[in-house]
Design a protein around this ligand. Structure first.
Ligand code: FAD
Length: 491
């Protein structure tokens, strides 16, 4: 059997391992941490369980697809439910909205409580669908870097409809025109943060993202987000994939023969492991800087602006709070100021938008009785050596004040236990350059074309998957990166 080595057991690395195994390769995965998952990990604190990173699950079919590919029944490994409620939104002026998965219901809620109409919402979501239809085949499902991708009829049809994707104005500008009520524009501007971007800079093409939630749906794995990692790990192991943990890869080895080079293996703990195919799941920045030190790196690509990072407080909280659901957003009063803080001043605004995720609302065993597991996250700039300790302590006070003000509760005395993750620890724990959540930002309309391809044009047999390469960050796209390698292998 030919041999494939995957570097990194992030979600895309595990997906790539499954695909290579199904393809007939003997597969070994080398992971620097003592556990799989990378960003898709979990934290246990006293009697509370938290998903460490992603909390929103969309496009579960990309996970199911891996079980089916291996001839297994997805439900034997992994179960999830479709959410009736996508999110609860809270504004400083007292407005509260529930985003129901049922679009009519959500549109009516907006119609009744704000100056925006149900018609505006339907019109907007239709536009979101059009952008999806045009971009899906070109930007998500195939390599942007292979001529044969453009020879597909679906792709060509999409290219002719490029005018529809709204790439030449910012998302915030477009949404200001779409919605009469600026609070609703704010609600839809927030989708830029789903890939760590700035709605005041990023193209309105990012208005595609609501389509994922309102058409395909928002989901929750029955055992929490981390079970996406554990169930795919189990599938990979059942297929015979061998995992090495605490195994930090030091170098990708290749051999130059005439004009072309070809991978021969990797070096880990000073030992050589041979393979015909190497797939790096690392952040592309570290792949070049640490594992391919002697290769000329694509400097322009690596110098691009990174996506934003996050500051997360994992709080075990005494009491239950019926005004909150699984996903909750407490909006900043001045959204522009928040993003100027992140992108211009590289700091945290004093009034940041707060996201609170409470899985114990659905998964009772995630918290002891009469208490809840709060994952409290705000968007922050990527790490450029800011004084994080000072920023974190100030922000902690600011968000406690904001939560108390909006929800009319005194949270401070109800926090039983706490753990904090910031851009520095995201970088050290998951190997993400500057602690960015989603690789490079999508603040420019050319971002999609400037992501690193899923293969090396210099070294035969070398491939790249994960959130920092094509087609981009987030679980669904990271899974697609492994699929694109699968489609293009041996080309
Ligand atoms: P990563 O998770 O980046 O893993 C890379 C792996 O490589 C790590 O395990 C690392 O230890 C390993 N590694 C690094 N160096 C080496 C080495 N030298 N040798 C061996 N192994 C190495 N996405 C969503 O879809 N929905 C969300 O709600 C969402 N929210 C998020 C919230 C947070 C706080 C974070 C951090 C991310 C969030 N994301 C979300 C993004 C999502 O988590 C990522 O896009 C996705 O998990 C990236 O997976 P990946 O395959 O690129 O690997």
């Amino acid at each position: 059997k030919p041999k494939a080595i995957i570097i990194g057991a992030g979600i895309a690395g595990i997906a790539a391992a499954i695909r290579m195994s199904v393809k007939g390769y003997q597969v070994e995965v080398f992971e620097a941490n003592d556990a799989p998952g990378g960003k898709l990990a979990e934290i246990n604190l006293q009697d509370f369980r938290f998903d460490a990173g992603p909390s929103l699950f969309t496009m579960p079919q990309y996970v199911d697809e891996l079980f089916k590919l291996a001839g297994k029944n997805p439900q034997d490994y992994f179960e999830y439910e479709k959410l009736d409620e996508v999110c609860r939104y809270f504004y400083e002026d007292g407005l509260q909205l529930i985003a129901h998965a049922d679009l009519d219901k959500f549109a009516n809620e907006i119609d009744q409580k704000t100056r925006s109409s149900a018609k505006e919402i339907h019109h907007f979501i239709k536009k979101s669908q059009t952008i999806y239809e045009v971009t899906n085949q070109v930007f998500l499902q195939r390599s942007l870097h292979k001529i044969k991708s453009y020879l597909h009829w679906d792709t060509l049809k999409s290219v002719f409809r490029f005018g529809k994707i709204d790439a030449f104005r910012t998302q915030a500008k477009a949404n200001q025109h779409f919605f009469k009520d600026k609070r609703i524009a704010q609600l839809f501007n927030r989708y830029a943060t789903y890939n760590g971007s700035n709605p005041y800079q990023a193209p309105a093409t990012l208005n595609v993202i609501p389509h994922f939630e309102y058409h395909f749906g928002a989901y929750l794995p029955k055992k929490g987000m981390f079970s996406i990692t554990t169930s795919l790990l189990k599938l990979a192991q059942d297929l015979g994939v061998k995992f090495h943990f605490n195994a930090k890869v030091e170098e990708i080895i290749y051999q130059a023969e005439g004009k072309t080079s070809e991978v021969t293996g990797i070096k880990c703990k000073n030992q050589l492991y041979k393979a015909e195919v190497i797939i790096s799941n690392l952040d592309i920045w570290f792949t070049y800087r640490n594992l391919l030190k002697n290769l000329k790196a694509p400097e322009k690509l690596l110098a691009q602006q990174r996506s934003s990072s996050a500051l997360i407080f994992y709080w075990g909280v005494k009491g239950t709070y019926p005004q909150l659901g699984l996903h909750n957003i407490l909006f900043a009063k001045d959204y522009k100021a928040e993003f100027d803080g992140i992108w211009k001043d590289k700091t945290i605004d004093q009034d940041p938008t707060i996201y609170i995720n409470i899985t114990s609302k659905h998964i009772k065993r995630d918290a002891p009785a009469d208490s809840e597991n709060w994952f409290v996250m705000i968007n922050v700039p990527a790490n450029e050596d800011q004084n994080w300790d000072e920023l974190i302590s100030l922000t902690r006070q600011n968000i406690l004040k904001k939560i108390s003000g909006i929800l009319k509760i005194d949270l401070t005395k109800n926090i039983i236990c706490e753990q904090i993750l910031d851009p520095r620890s995201i970088e050290t724990k998951t190997g993400s350059f500057q602690g960015s959540l989603y690789g490079n930002s999508s603040n420019s309309q050319f971002a999609a074309f400037l992501r690193h391809p899923n293969f090396s044009s210099k070294i035969k047999g070398l491939y790249f998957c994960g959130g920092s390469v094509h087609p981009g960050g987030g679980i669904p796209l990271a899974l697609l990166s492994a699929k694109i390698i699968d489609q293009n292998l041996s080309n």
